[in-house]
Design a binder for this molecule. Sequence first.
Ligand code: AMP
Ligand code: FE
Ligand code: FE
Ligand code: ZN
Length: 284
Amino acid sequence: MRIDLHTHSTASDGTDSPAELVRKAADAGLDVVAITDHDTTAGWAEAEAARPAELTLIRGMEMSCVGRGVNGYPVSVHLLAYLFDPADRGFAAERERLRAERVDRLRAMAEQMAADGLPIDPDAVLAAAGPAAGRPHLARALVEAGVVPSVNAAFTDLLASDGPYYVEKADTALRRAVTMIAEAGGVSVLAHGRARSRGRLLDLQDVRDLVSHGLGGLEVDHPDHSAQDRATLRDLAGECGLLMTGSSDYHGDNKTIVLGECTTEPAQFEKLVGRATGVPVLAS
Ligand code: AMP
Ligand code: FE
Ligand code: FE
Ligand code: ZN
């Protein structure tokens, strides 16, 4: 069994449509894939309709949250949410708020670039990005305009969180997000919790507190985690009785990661599925 529980489509900042994503997942020899676009379930229906019979599809999302670092400063945290009920009113309203934040913030970044004379058309960037607009959309526009050689180069300079054009967005408080996902019948998993290149890290002491609010698991194996990071998270998961997942965080051509680059153990996957009550697993 090859299980990849973290992938992105064009419904957020991946480059494969949801239909292409499920086909490529099957072609890559995956038995299970989760579609986890940022702050949206917009790719679910297309992925479901295009799902090859031999592929099991997990409907999920990656939620933009804010937690605290060891020094108490706010840190950006991504929380994977699996198999939740998309009709849960409070949770649906929060996703909509997050997408509005994404659009407003990306527009502000693009407008500042245009004001500084960079060849960026904010309207065109926003139109191409769609409702779950993210920095990778702006990165691609910068590449296409010849401003930077690659998406990665855009992230190391112009788009970096300490870079000249970065604009904050108001993400969901982590504990509240964990509670909302649990109330919608979903299972929450802390995404890439030790991925340093993305900025400051969450204080892992706070993970213990999240467990009592319903946190389901930790993403242990991730391309951005070192062996030491994985050991730290594995120990913490063991101590707290949390699930452990492994996933690629595939974004199509926006990253060099391939589907199935990291995978989840079947026993962990079965436990995750057993805890969810929002929507069923799609398998034939
Ligand atoms: P945002 O959500 O708009 O703040 O943008 C963050 C997104 O950019 C995340 O989904 C990451 O997957 C993606 N990202 C971060 N660093 C890079 C990079 N170096 N190359 C490509 N994508 C990146
Ligand atoms: Fe992303
Ligand atoms: Fe993420
Ligand atoms: Zn992701």
